[in-house]
Design a protein around this ligand. Sequence first.
Ligand code: ADP
Ligand code: MG
Length: 599
Amino acid sequence: MSTVSAVTPPKVASGRITSWRLLLNNRLAAAGLVLIGLIALLILLVPILPLPDPDATAPAERLKPVLTAGHILGTDQLGRDILSRLLWGARLSVTVGFTATLIAALIGSVIGIVAGYVGGRTDNAIMRGIDMLMAFPYILLALAIVAALGPGLMNALYAIAIVNIPFFARNVRGVTLGYAHREFVDAARLSGKGHLSVMFTEVLPNVAPVIVITMSTTAGWMILETAGLSFLGLGAQPPQADLGSMLGEGRAQLFTAPHVSIVPGVMIFLMVISLNVLGDGIRDVLDPRLRSGALARPGPVTEIATDRNVPENSAPDAALSIEGLETGFRSGDDIIPAVRGISLHVKRGECLGLIGESGSGKSVTALSVMGLVASPPGIIQSGAIYVDNEDVLAMSQTRLISLRGSRVSYVFQDPLTTLHPMYPVGRQVEEAIAAHQSLGANERRERAVALLEKVGIPEARERAKHYPHQLSGGQRQRIGIAMALANDPDVIIADEPTTALDVTVQARILELLRDLQRERGMALLFITHDFGVVSEICDRVAVMKDGEIVETGETRAVLANPQHDYTKRLIACVPELGTGAQFLKRVAGLFPKQQTEAS
Ligand code: ADP
Ligand code: MG
């Protein structure tokens, strides 16, 4: 057999999904972008378009309807060309709206960053001021400001900017608070940077996405507010046209010549709706929480290639058979394989160990069984999974989902991340029961307590009321096992259930799993990277490397006479007491040269 080849370096994802692609994937946002692009192009080109003077009156041409020769959108009550006024007016509204957004964003962000970064009394004083601004209905506040400053477009702009400052200040302060005392900010301060420079170079880049998000979601509003003030006669003054004043002037002719007010109304509608859907799209792309969640939210079942090869079940009496499984991850147009055609069988009452170093594809194998690999990007390209000789991958989604936890259940590595922090553990075990059995509340509670006793939790009835953080690591893992047992599954897949525990607790959990498995005659697929653990609990073992099974056999036989170099390495990794330095030499000798150097 050949020596272990150097691990192939992971392929660099060629087509990493860029923010831009993500944005365009969102059809609504893309439509908004196209519309806004068109409007922006038009209003940029207004000065060079062959349009009549927007303010030139022509009493003889009053209230011409839409599609009149020379006046495509007709004329208004003073005979002015509506198309020309519309484009010039839109230009003005957009300019005012965006300028107000920029001013509000600039001032609001500075206030927010300073308040969040400095904290204490400064923060308190600033935020109470902001609260006072927010206590007024903001259109009223804008009206009051314009009334004080006097009507006019510039004053409307100031008013709108001022009333929107609190939104930016609050949002930005909240995010800044989260960063102000992070280690990298403290490190920058300790390195001698001044506060101003820390705010600019450390805090601002982290807060910038929030500022952009708030801007993109409020720009549409600001245009509306500008139009609102002009409509009331407090913004643009005649004869200057902006969308709001056109709407206001058209109001008098609403019944005789509706087009005079409908045209600017439609324009406002289109602008605001396209800005809003685009803003929502930008927010989705830039918000890191949404980025990993909502936009690429995994489906309920792993994607299964329709042209997958379905091999026969070569062990029809096994509780679980994996035949020729190939699972990969999409990256751009490529699929990077993680599991490359493996076959495994676990009989009833048997424990099969799946062992391999980190990254060899053990977890992906385990998750593939119940279609739990997140898709996108995961995809099962080929192979079949038989639970009781029935191909799971050919089942309907609902059927497959109903098998999870009832026929096949999982125990995962870190029970603290799999348990809900806000519910008592007993309740979580009850929930596992309720997912598959309809029992009365009392009966369910009794079952949960019995399960907790079964997995060796002392004073189970009392403990059931405790929250996960009140339990020790070993106890939490016992809860995990209780949940896996809740519906008497035929197969339990345990993915490194003891890796996070210390050695004595690990031994007790292993014993528990082995006893339960024997007592209930379950099939156990036990995943680990530790041959010591395998030797304690597994009847047979399969050794996995780079997505392939390189060796299988009875545990004792493999331990006594490993065939593959990689197996020998893994076995050599089990330290014996009192052989410290020798052990390191032995392990080092078994690794290919470049790996030992790298590590
Ligand atoms: P382990 O044997 O340690 O459990 P895994 O099965 O988790 O290893 O991972 C096997 C391979 O699959 C690794 O190379 C890993 O990078 C890759 N992989 C796992 N999950 C994903 C994912 N969501 N996206 C892309 N690649 C993944
Ligand atoms: Mg793993």
